[in-house]
Unconditional design. Structure first.
Length: 662
């Protein structure tokens, strides 16, 4: 089993979310030899969207989490652990790199990729002769975003090309199926030591636990999802015990972020940086270390340096978290972590202000147009803003926050690489509840003149509801919510764009075109709006207008392979074969795994009497999409022109067989 990419299609959308935490140098220095055969295996279990206060060992009496609770009794349970980002991809990036979003550039859930020069826990352990494997529960951690670096096996395998509403489950994998894959891998007897990461996505919204948890938690489906995830973690731990691995392994279980559950008006996560979405459970079981409860404030970025120090492996200089091994061992730690948090979701997707915060010794400062200060010891729910009476503290913490940001940000700016734009992937990720539509840039993050997110939470929740309706085909209901949101948020890029998409899906193309054009009047650089405007104009057979819009989309975003492909289709309709060829070539240059572009390019080469080139493109097309009858037929023609009669006969037969199945 090996890492692989996934083929993808082209259609409609866009999204996002981002966030939080911080600390400084690695505590202590590792001593002793590097990896030896006696080195313990490392087992990492991450449970998505897991609030600490919904776990039994954290005091939640209604929880059904016996396996997490048992692990906590056997290891170190951190009572005050916080995520560096309450969104899955950036949070896991911080966990696996020990770095903060401003250093990795991973603020978002898509459109970015972890640079290959940033050390990851998997890569370090792989270089130390560990066998590394990851089993992933959600497409938001797909290998294309870069977290597969260092893994011998990275089981993601999500099919982004399946766009029907009935196939929404293709974007996430239930926890029992994730653990099934991990157990199958373990049965192959991988060479030890191993680094095994299992990601359970189930508590993420929408909450739909399987039976018997659905019946048992009918009134509390979020808790039901947690109970189901706990049961799957228990299956994994039992298998490890049966193989004699568990007791000698270093085991870490962590949430990646929490869930709003209505607190502060936020139903899910990503919009605010209150601790309802940042406080996570964190348990570490280190062989030979007695169980204990650790009350110090720690960050998710502290996990990687702690694991490395426990294994006596030197930590890379890039790590920004600190090792908390001394706390796990019951010794005094170094200075406490300063916990940095951020969300750029309001800025990037709604043109509202970003939020950033600093938490230390129970005091939390949130930088916003209306700043906030909370005494978490007296007010853990962050309900009483003390800023008006503690302005001096606010000013001091603001200065410390800005100093921390400067220290943690590379001198050359954010390091994240750009991932190519895939409209189909963005559409699929919306099925997981990501409401946002990326239309902004970090260049807007400097001033505080934009709306405070606190004043826009009702609009945000309306937009979340509108997106959920649209995703389920309830387009009129979605339009109604968008119209209501527009009363507060006039001239909104996001509202106009989502409204246009609904009309597009309703096949009301004139209204769709009008709203896409309005979106571009507000934001002339919104590449996806130009892309969908071009698609709408193509479907009304306005080829000249479609050409202008799609060329504009590709100029604004040179990574949008779907725009290049559709431009090729427009040029074919205009009988400009040479121009079409160049656009299809551009599409496969951006994304070689785009089957439709490979098939179209092969067909053009066939028309131009370039059978060898046609065969290469069409071979790739049928490899990516084996059920594409036309591609098989065209490949047969290419083989025939090359004098490869047997190959041609085989492909003609395959084309007939595939066509007969439809």
């Amino acid at each position: 089993m090996s890492t692989r990419g996934n083929p993808i299609g082209a259609r409609v959308a866009a999204i996002c979310a981002c966030l939080f935490v911080a600390t400084f140098s690695v505590e202590g220095s590792p001593d002793g030899p590097a990896i030896t055969p006696e080195k313990p295996s490392v087992i990492l279990v991450t449970i998505d969207t897991l609030r600490a206060d919904h776990v039994g060992t954290y005091g939640y009496a209604a929880a059904e989490t016996p396996n997490i609770d048992a692990l906590a009794r056997a290891g170190a349970r951190f009572t005050h652990a916080y995520s560096p980002v309450p969104i899955t991809l950036p949070a896991h990036t911080s966990l696996l790199t020990g770095m903060f979003p401003m250093a990795t550039g991973m603020h978002d859930f898509s459109g970015n990729k972890l640079p290959p020069n940033i050390p990851t826990l998997a890569r370090i352990l792989h270089e130390q002769s560990y066998t590394t494997a990851a089993f992933i529960g959600s497409a938001v951690l797909d290998s294309r975003f870069g977290l597969n670096q260092g893994f011998n096996t990275y089981f993601d395998h999500f099919d982004f090309s399946r766009l029907l509403e009935t196939n929404l489950d293709q974007m996430e994998r239930r926890g029992d199926l994730v653990v099934d894959e991990a157990l199958s891998w373990l049965k192959l007897g991988p060479r030890r030591p191993v680094f095994l990461w299992v990601h359970l996505y189930d508590p993420h919204h929408p909450y739909t636990p399987p039976e018997p948890f659905a019946s048992r938690f009918r009134a509390r489906p979020y808790d039901g999802e947690i109970a189901f995830a706990d049961a799957q973690a228990g299956r994994l731990f039992s298998a490890l015990r049966e193989q004699g691995i568990f007791s000698s392994s270093l085991v870490v279980l962590a949430g990646d972020h929490g869930e709003g559950l209505g607190e502060h008006g936020e139903e899910t996560h990503g919009f605010f940086i209150y601790n309802s979405t940042l406080h996570i459970p964190l348990v570490m079981k280190i062989p030979g270390v007695a169980p204990r409860v650790v009350d110090d404030e720690v960050s998710l970025t502290d996990v990687m340096p702690t694991i490395l120090q426990a294994l006596k492996i030197s930590a890379p200089a890039s790590i920004q978290g600190r090792s908390v091994l001394s706390l796990v061992q019951g010794r005094a730690g170094s200075s406490p972590s300063s916990l940095y948090a951020e969300t750029y979701l309001p800025l990037l997707h709604f043109r509202w202000n970003q939020l950033r915060s600093l938490q230390t010794r129970g005091i939390k400062y949130i930088e916003a147009p209306k700043p906030e200060i909370y005494d978490l010891r007296a007010d853990p729910g962050e309900l009483k803003n003390l800023y008006s009476t503690r302005r001096a503290t606010g000013n001091e913490m603001r200065d410390r926050l800005n100093g921390l940001i400067r220290r943690l940000t590379p001198s050359g700016g954010m390091a994240g690489e750009r991932e190519f734009t895939d409209p189909a992937l963005l559409e699929r990720l919306k099925s997981l509840g990501y409401v946002a539509v990326s239309a902004g840039t970090f260049a807007e993050a400097g001033g505080l003149s934009l709306p405070d997110p606190k004043d826009r939470i009702e609009v945000y929740e309306l937009l979340s509801g509108a997106l959920a309706d649209s995703q389920r085909g309830r387009y009129q209901e979605s339009l109604s919510k968008l119209k209501q949101a527009e009363k507060t948020e006039t001239h909104s890029v996001t509202i106009n764009y989502l409204t246009a998409l609904n009309y597009f899906r309703l096949r009301d193309l004139p209204r769709a075109i009008e709203r896409f054009e309005e979106t571009l009047r507000i934001d002339p650089k919104f590449a996806l709006a130009a892309y969908y405007l071009g698609l709408a104009q193509l479907q009304t057979n306005n080829l000249d207008a479609a050409t202008v819009a799609l060329e504009r989309a590709l100029e604004l975003d040179s990574t949008n392979f779907a725009a290049a492909y559709n431009l090729g289709a427009v040029y074919l309709k205009k009988q400009r074969v040479d121009a079409a060829q160049k656009k299809f070539e551009r599409a496969v240059e951006i994304n070689p795994d785009y089957a439709r572009a490979q098939a179209a390019l092969g067909e053009v080469y066939l028309y131009l009497k370039r059978p060898a080139d046609a065969a290469r493109a069409l071979e790739r097309a049928v490899q990516l999409a084996p059920r594409a009858a036309k591609a098989h037929y065209n490949l047969a023609q290419a083989y025939q022109a090359l004098g490869r009669a047997d190959d041609a006969a085989r492909e003609f037969d395959q084309a007939k067989a595939v066509a007969s199945e439809k």
